[in-house]
Design a protein around this ligand. Structure first.
Ligand SMILES: Nc1nc2c(c(=O)[nH]1)N[C@H]1C(S)=C(S)[C@@H](COP(=O)(O)O)O[C@H]1N2
Ligand SMILES: [Mo]
Length: 361
């Protein structure tokens, strides 16, 4: 664990609403929808899909008002996308930034079906002065003392990437309320805060959006009171290990039998494909290379496998991903610390007790 101070009631309140992906769900290349992590800042809004309209406006030649049927009538694409919350790993930091207290599993991969955003932007026709695209959700709350709708922007060229979708299905089923029904934004490669749920409005702006979720939340500050900070954008590489054997109820430590064992997991990065996954079974003293497999799409995680002959005793499993750009994972949380605990991609550590096979009988 990170900080010694106990989790507060307010953190528990958030954690009870916003669940992570149980680590054993790493066995699925596409995460069953109910096992995908969830993060909702305010409430899941009440939306009547028949009344709902998407407005596209601002600096455009033609404003659009579309019903969900009109969105569904446009070109249809399905794309598996790995999405991770920017605050993943926060509860392991010390001192611990107080917010949703994620351990390492705020991630999942859903096969989203929707229409490419680019088509709608082309229909509306951004004017010459358009620089950014603002996405506004229907949910409302107060955060940092500011009443707001959840909204975030993207640079226009980023929003025009062909794999950016407006999604209305998840794993072949209608989008469920908690994931943004009837329509959400999906921006492969970027951390979760970008993927605006319950999307109601798309607005072309002539200057950078300075709203709360852009300019005050989701910034990286190395120390408090340090100016504007750096924006949180794409996912840094991370690898997770599918827990072998079975757990101890309270500590979650694993029990496995001595002998040959294949460790498996998944690794991803928003900056490029995964080039390498290294595995350590001794807490990071020695490392070996895992076999890295093909991802379900170029926007999704890679599977990896590592053969190990487990010796009786105690072991700590660690895996470390490196992507094609050379970005890799720090071995300690200290190297990934920042004031709000964003894009911390320090390696996961999993204690395992290896038993003599005979103890099983
Ligand atoms: N409208 C709206 N969109 C939102 C959020 C939100 O609170 N409201 N949370 C964001 C954050 S921080 C994350 S990590 C992802 C989580 O998506 P999921 O709940 O579908 O997994 O949604 C993003 N989109
Ligand atoms: Mo998030």
């Amino acid at each position: 664990m990170g900080d010694d101070s106990a989790i507060t009631f307010e953190e528990l309140q958030l954690a009870a609403r916003n669940h992570a992906m149980p680590l054993e769900a790493l066995r699925y290349p596409i995460t069953p929808v109910g096992l995908h992590y969830l993060l909702t800042h305010y409430d899941i809004p009440k939306v009547d899909a028949a009344e709902w309209r998407l407005e596209v406006g601002g600096l455009v030649d033609r404003t659009l008002t579309l019903s969900i049927e009109e969105v569904r009538d446009r070109p249809r694409v399905t794309l598996p996308v790995t999405m991770e919350c920017a605050g993943n790993g926060r509860a392991l930091l010390s001192p611990r930034p107080v917010s949703q207290p994620w351990l390492t599993e705020a991630v999942g991969t859903i096969a989203w079906t929707g229409t490419p955003l680019r088509g709608l932007l082309d229909e509306a026709g951004p004017t010459d002065g358009a620089l950014e695209v603002l996405f506004t959700g229907l949910d409302r709350g107060v955060e940092g003392g500011v009443e707001q709708a959840y909204e975030r922007s993207l640079p226009l060229e980023e929003a025009r990437r062909e794999e950016v979708l407006l999604a209305y299905e998840a794993n072949g089923q209608p989008l469920p309320p908690q994931h943004g029904a009837p329509l959400r934004l999906v921006v492969p490669g970027w951390y979760g805060m970008t993927q605006v749920k319950w999307l109601a409005e798309i607005s072309l702006l002539g200057e950078p959006f300075a709203g709360y979720q852009q300019a005050r939340a989701y910034r990286i500050w190395e120390s408090a009171g340090e100016g504007e900070g750096q924006p949180v954008t794409r996912m840094l590489p991370r690898s997770l290990t599918e827990p072998p054997g079975f757990p101890e109820f309270m500590t979650r430590a694993r029990f496995i039998d001595a002998g040959p064992c294949t460790l498996r997991g998944r690794a991803w990065s928003g900056w490029g494909p995964i080039a390498r996954v290294e595995v350590s079974v001794d807490g990071g003293l020695t490392w070996g290379d895992a076999k890295v497999g093909e991802p379900p799409s170029s926007s999704a995680w890679h599977p990896w496998a590592f053969d190990w002959t487990a010796e009786p005793g105690e072991s700590v499993l660690v895996s470390r991903a490196t992507d094609a750009t050379g970005r890799t994972q720090p071995l300690g949380e200290r190297d990934a610390w920042n004031v709000k605990g964003y894009s911390n991609n320090a390696v996961q550590r999993m204690p395992v007790v290896v038993r003599q096979a005979t103890e099983l009988a």
